[in-house]
Design a binder for this molecule. Structure first.
Ligand code: NAD
Length: 257
């Protein structure tokens, strides 16, 4: 494993443009369960609560589960070492862009500034009637579904439900990142969610080297991954950061060149 970490660090140091592509797995060590895999939320809840048609037909029913998943869990979560390492990589010019499928705001809380949220952000709520936006913290969830203070319309979390389209800005930023990147660093995603799962495939087609961090193989591992770093995001990114940010551990001393 150490050889693989050393090789990954060597590639990251030499890359002219690196993109991080993150999924639910990067936030597991912050206490937020993923959807799939061991301990995944879909073992406990019905995924249809996040289907837009289902939500519109029964907003109170959907909100009961949505509140429990996204507004009870997420509020207490803090960035972990993997989020913090990516933020430092960005600050030190070693990371050009973070494309995240997550909706938990933890990359921004860690200090990352160039973040594109493919699926929106749970911190914002949108009135389905007058389109006024709210920050989740200003809304009371005592009454479900929560409603707009201005018009009484039903509020929906401003993230992308199944059956909704991806916002244009993150979509364009992700496609551009795929075409620009020498290294694409995939962390904690199964690769099952369309169309986000196509972004790393595009990056590979454009010639990027794919580094993947995950305790389990994903749909990418056999197909496009060049270096598979098997393990938890926090543990692996801590090791990467230790070598990446340490002037005393350069490529020559690692004996790679
Ligand atoms: P997923 O739930 O389908 O799969 C989670 C992945 O993370 C798996 O590959 C699993 O092996 C891996 N994983 C588990 N623990 C890990 C760890 N400690 N370190 C690294 N990897 C770990 O996740 P997905 O592919 O991102 O797709 C789910 C969709 O659900 C996303 O689009 C996202 O919007 C949403 N989601 C977001 C959050 C969040 O914002 N934190 C949480 C759950 C789901």
């Amino acid at each position: 494993m150490d050889d693989k970490i050393i090789e990954a660090v060597r590639l990251l140091k030499r890359s002219r443009f690196t993109t991080a592509f993150t999924g639910a797995g990067i936030s597991v060590e912050s206490g937020i369960p993923p959807f799939r895999g061991s301990g995944g939320l879909w073992g406990k809840y019905d995924p249809r609560v996040l289907d837009i048609q289902y939500f519109l037909a029964d907003p109170a029913g959907s909100w009961g589960v949505i509140k429990e998943i996204f507004y009870d869990f997420f509020d207490t979560a803090r960035p972990n070492i993997a989020h913090l390492t990516l933020a430092r990589m960005e600050q030190e010019g070693l990371l050009g862009r973070t494309i995240t499928q997550n909706i938990d705001n933890l990359h921004q809380e860690a200090g990352s500034q160039i973040v594109f949220e493919f699926h929106g952000n749970s911190k914002n709520l949108l009135c389905l009637h007058c389109h006024r936006r709210y920050v989740a913290g200003e809304i009371s969830f005592d009454h479900i579904p929560p409603t707009c203070r201005e018009c009484g319309g039903i509020l929906k979390p401003d993230f992308v439900f199944f059956g909704e389209s991806i916002p244009q800005l993150p979509m364009a930023a992700a496609y551009e990142a795929a075409s620009l990147s020498d290294v694409f660093l995939i962390i904690g995603t199964t690769g099952e969610v369309m169309p986000a799962n196509q972004i790393p495939v595009m990056a590979k087609e454009y010639g990027a080297t794919i580094i993947e961090v995950n305790p389990e193989p994903s749909l990418y591992t056999k197909k496009i991954t060049d270096i598979f770093l098997k393990g938890k995001a926090g543990e692996i990114m801590e090791k990467i950061g230790a070598r990446l940010f340490s002037p005393s551990l350069d490529d020559d001393q690692d004996g790679v060149d």
